[in-house]
Design a protein around this ligand. Structure first.
Ligand SMILES: Cc1cc2nc3c(=O)[nH]c(=O)nc-3n(C[C@H](O)[C@H](O)[C@H](O)COP(=O)(O)O)c2cc1C
Length: 346
């Protein structure tokens, strides 16, 4: 059975239940299916290699962070044909995240609002999960590890949390993402401000150099940013990326803007909005970054990709790679191949 048909059968059931419950059913089911070899019939995208951040990606379509926060389902996810997989966000210590419900579907808008709040089992469990995956053990592909700060760490000490996580995940990562753009951790986005960002990036860069010497391997660092920035703020971020020689930028995280969904059920829920309503907002950020960065710092484009044409539009805006999350919920895993096919030869 094709994954398209399977997903069209499963979707009405998954959409009838609470979104977080659906999430908690789907990932173990995928793990079982992969373990039993049932996903081996999923046709892989044809190779379409891209060299970005010094690594060769088999195709430019990746999984965005947040779907597998603990890195517990890497092998199942790896069967879906992604050119790279990003897991996390992980924090130094385990934390429960916000009270439930904390994830809402807005189907008319092909959107999700979430305020998960970095629910995760902490970096030590995360590293064990990564180590236990066949994907890591057999070096099957590119694995991004996305790190953040605990909710109860004061924002003035945020750098400590990023450094703890960077030290621990570094040896297992193909690249490390610094997530300073979740709207669901109080004050986190303050780190995008000019002086905070300078302090954060300079310490991360120093740590990266030290770790590269220690492990005899340079692991690129990418910064993940929000779509809710004006032109001047985006330019400031871009200049900081150049100044500190950061290896990549992921644009964007979810938006706090509700313009595109007003009057829809759940539109007023607190959290980050993803899916179709963030598509253009993230493209604007990508275009602005591209103007500032040229070819010096590659951009990974994410936000509202629901079709192959959307993936192409992200590339046209200036992205070198793309990532998917909400589109997978609405379109199913066949979206990976659709996007990879649309970008083939481009
Ligand atoms: C339920 C949910 C949880 C998310 N958790 C994270 C996270 O932990 N870390 C992160 O960097 N991004 C997280 N994201 C943001 C996505 O990685 C992505 O940047 C954003 O949703 C825009 O892409 P999309 O429209 O394709 O979903 C999350 C998104 C959703 C919907």
């Amino acid at each position: 059975m094709s994954e398209k048909l399977l997903y069209s059968l499963a979707r009405p059931f998954l959409f009838a239940i609470d979104p977080e419950a659906a999430h908690n059913l789907t990932l173990p089911a995928l793990r079982c299916a992969a373990g039993w070899g049932l996903t081996s019939s999923i046709a892989k995208p044809t190779d379409n290699p891209r060299t970005v951040m010094g690594m060769t990606f088999p195709n430019p379509v990746g999984l965005a962070a947040g779907l597998d926060k603990d890195g517990a389902y890497i092998d199942g996810l790896a069967t879906l044909g992604f050119g790279f997989i990003e897991v996390g966000t992980v924090t130094p210590r385990a934390q429960p995240g916000n009270p439930m419900p904390r994830m809402f579907r807005l189907p008319q808008a092909k959107a999700i609002i979430n305020r998960m709040g970095f629910n995760n089992g902490g970096v030590d469990t995360f590293v064990k999960n990564v180590q236990a995956s066949r994907f890591y053990q057999n070096r099957e592909g590119i694995l991004g590890l996305n790190i953040g700060k605990n909710a109860d760490t004061p924002i003035e000490r945020a750098v400590d949390d990023y450094l703890i996580c960077l030290n621990k995940v570094y040896p297992y990562a193909s690249y490390v993402t610094i997530n300073i753009s979740s709207p669901n951790t109080k004050n986190l986005r303050q780190l995008q401000g000019a002086s905070e960002l300078d302090a954060l990036l300079s310490q991360l860069k120093d740590a990266q150099q030290r770790l590269a010497d220690e492990h005899k391997r340079y692991v690129p660092i990418a910064l993940k940013i929000a779509p809710d920035m004006d032109q001047e703020q985006i330019q400031n971020v871009a200049q900081a990326l150049l100044r500190h020689k950061i290896d990549g930028v992921i644009a964007t995280n979810t938006t706090i803007n509700r313009e595109a969904v007003k009057n829809l059920k759940y539109a007023e829920e607190t959290g980050g909005l993803s899916g179709a309503p963030v598509f253009e907002a993230s493209n604007i950020v990508i275009r602005e970054l591209k103007k500032e960065l040229g070819n010096s710092v590659p951009i990974i484009g994410v936000g509202g990709i629901l079709s192959g044409a959307d993936a192409q539009a992200k590339m046209n805006a200036g992205a070198s790679l793309v990532q998917l999350y909400t589109g997978l919920i609405y379109q199913g895993p066949a979206l990976v191949r659709e996007c990879a096919a649309a970008l083939h030869g481009k």
